[in-house]
Design a protein. Structure first.
Length: 605
């Protein structure tokens, strides 16, 4: 049941709470409003079954509760959010503790009212902050004054409530980054594992029962109560298996915005998402659907969703196993700040997602990632081997060549040389044995390579490659401050020195201010060995560094096992404005793998 809550929210006045809620769309409270298929009994898009007698639950029973009514002399009804069967869900205000709550009013004709209240009482053991906890569960005595004041209400459940949006609403704007997707599902698995150990299962984990709060925290909605109020069609499935399968579906959907639905339900949308395409072996893997998906997360999806994983690894059948696996992939990474940004500043759907194959469109077999050789770096020869649609997408974002700028620079240079000659002639400098400016310039060049002036440096971690959009940008200044004792460092990764297999690499983009000739790059690195590459943009006319994907760059030098001092010489001097220093394998540290750059020096002939 879509709702929002947060256990650690401090008490506030009703007026303050209303002001805070006003910043969030209606969909933050009621994601059913735009998804009628989620009204029924839990299995996304399924029709009512014999196991679910709609009449028994009093689908159309109106309740007399109105805005402003006070339940039990304490909970003032503020806004009705949903009417689902015999249950009416309200945003209410706890006048005793001055805090917002979610109030579920249960109709007297809801014959399972006793079972629902019992489930709510059992759910109270879920005290982890990632659950929207049950605060109270009350059966109204039909002979009491309260029953007369609220005829038709047989009981109510009080739960936590805070601003946030459902994962269903979030995915309507496009897929999450690999870090965000893995972090959300890891949080869910970590919270559910202790409950599974007690024999308690959710059974209704889906994009509508997962909430991301305004502070980027993940919340699980309706633990035990959702299944009690609206039994799912998969009631015969063992509880832990149902929850773990649902977590795998969430990870898949978060990566590619497609839902891996049962084969007999693959012809329609689920939770606002098209069904995942199928081939002869089952669902296509996320990497077959979307470029840049982390290989490690692709394998995790396979291990959870397929009884016999395609990758040949062991199946993941418990929440504890899934939590452990994703923790190894994530290391110390935390995506709460990125999720908070998504909640506070919702984005429109990613245009790239429009190119995902239709569920009814044949999809070619997976091939090696375009633009990369076996070691995960861009091709040395710089040949364009990306798909035509990708090339077109890149072309649309390019700025037209600034030929007038080159002409202007040439005119300025000619004017400057002419002025120097005139000054030399007027002073009789050459005739008197003065130095020839042209010879002086040549002499200076002959002394050896000269450091190029660096105008700016920025971090490089594209989401399209499985990154997070940024990699500790606050530290970037340390990589070119002239102090070897300070450094920009990567996040700490686990499982593999190749950045935990989450992405091909991460690095820093050096802006030289204008196109200049570059011959080598001198680096001071943190730890060793570090696999490092030097790349330049494929389009030399760009006036802004390309940061969409590593495919927009050509590799011009590399060292697979660099020490703390490294000199990377280009095969030939190259004229460029931007230079990318790209780390693809990191040194070992105490609890994982982490690299860094203490100083960068770009040298020209």
């Amino acid at each position: 049941m879509a709702q929002s809550g947060r256990g650690d929210q401090s008490a506030s006045s009703a007026g303050d709470a209303d002001n805070e809620w006003s910043h969030y769309p209606t969909s933050a409270w009621d994601s059913w409003a735009d998804s009628p298929e989620t009204y029924p009994e839990g299995s996304a898009g399924s029709e009512p079954t014999e196991a679910y007698d709609v009449a028994e639950f009093g689908w159309d029973t109106p309740l007399p509760a109105q805005q402003g009514d006070v339940v039990s002399g304490r909970y003032r009804l503020e806004e009705e959010l949903t009417h689902r069967g015999g249950t009416h869900s309200w945003r209410a205000f706890d006048q005793k503790l001055s805090r917002p709550v979610m109030l579920h009013l249960l109709g007297t004709d809801l014959t399972r009212c006793h079972e629902v209240l019992e489930a709510a009482r059992m759910a109270a053991v879920a005290t982890d902050s990632r659950f929207l906890r049950v605060l109270d569960a009350v059966r109204i005595d039909p002979t009491s004054q309260e029953a007369q004041d609220l005829p038709g209400v047989g009981g109510y459940i009080v739960c936590e409530f805070v601003p946030g949006i459902s994962l269903e609403h979030m995915l309507a704007s496009g897929p999450l980054s690999g870090l965000e997707a893995a972090w959300v599902v890891r949080e869910l698995a970590d919270a559910l594992a202790p409950m599974h150990a007690l024999g308690l299962y959710h059974r209704q984990i889906n994009p509508d029962t997962v909430i991301v709060t305004a502070t980027g925290n993940v919340k699980i909605v309706g633990f035990l109560t959702e299944e009690a109020m609206f039994p799912s069609a998969n009631g015969g499935t063992e509880g832990e298996a149902a929850d773990v399968q649902a977590l795998g579906q969430l990870l898949y959907a978060a990566l590619v915005t497609r839902w891996p639905a049962p084969h007999d339900e693959s012809g329609r949308d689920h939770w606002g998402l098209a069904s995942a395409p199928l081939d002869g072996h089952g669902w296509l893997t996320p990497r077959q659907l979307r470029a840049g998906v982390s290989p490690a997360l692709d394998v995790v999806c396979d291990q959870v969703l397929n009884p016999v994983p395609r990758t040949g690894g062991p199946s993941l059948t418990s929440a504890a196993e899934l939590n452990s696996t994703l923790s190894q992939v994530l290391g110390t990474a935390n995506a709460s700040a990125d999720l908070e940004h998504r909640v506070r500043y919702p984005a429109s759907r990613d245009p790239d997602d429009q190119h995902l194959p239709s569920p009814r469109t044949p999809v070619p077999a997976p091939v090696a990632r375009p633009g990369r050789d076996d070691d995960g770096g861009p091709d040395d020869d710089g040949d364009e081997d990306v798909e035509e649609s990708e090339v077109a997408a890149f072309d649309q974002g390019r700025h037209p060549p600034r030929r007038w700028l080159a002409i202007l620079v040439a005119l300025v240079a000619i004017t400057l040389v002419g002025s120097l000659i005139a000054v030399g002639i007027s002073n009789g400098g050459w005739a008197k044995g003065g130095k020839d400016p042209a010879r002086s310039t040549a002499s200076a060049s002959a002394t050896g390579p000269q450091p190029r002036t660096i105008k700016a440096v920025s971090d490089f971690d594209p989401e399209a490659d499985g990154g997070n959009g940024e990699e500790l940008p606050d530290q970037v200044k340390n990589a070119w401050d002239g102090k070897p004792g300070t450094a920009w460092t990567t996040m700490r990764y686990r499982g593999s020195p190749k950045l935990g297999l989450l992405k091909p690499g991460v690095g820093l983009v050096v802006d030289l201010g204008e196109p200049v000739s570059v011959q080598q790059v001198n680096l001071t690195l943190k730890g060793s060995p570090t696999a490092v590459q030097v790349l330049v943009p494929r389009d030399a006319t760009l006036t802004a560094a390309p940061k969409r994907t590593i495919k927009e760059w050509n590799r011009v030098s590399s060292n697979d096992a660099a020490g703390e001092k490294a000199t990377l010489k280009l095969r030939a001097p190259t004229t460029t404005r931007f230079v990318l220093v790209y780390l693809t394998s990191l040194p070992k540290v105490d609890t994982g793998y982490q690299g860094g750059i203490a100083e960068i020096q770009v040298v020209g002939p």
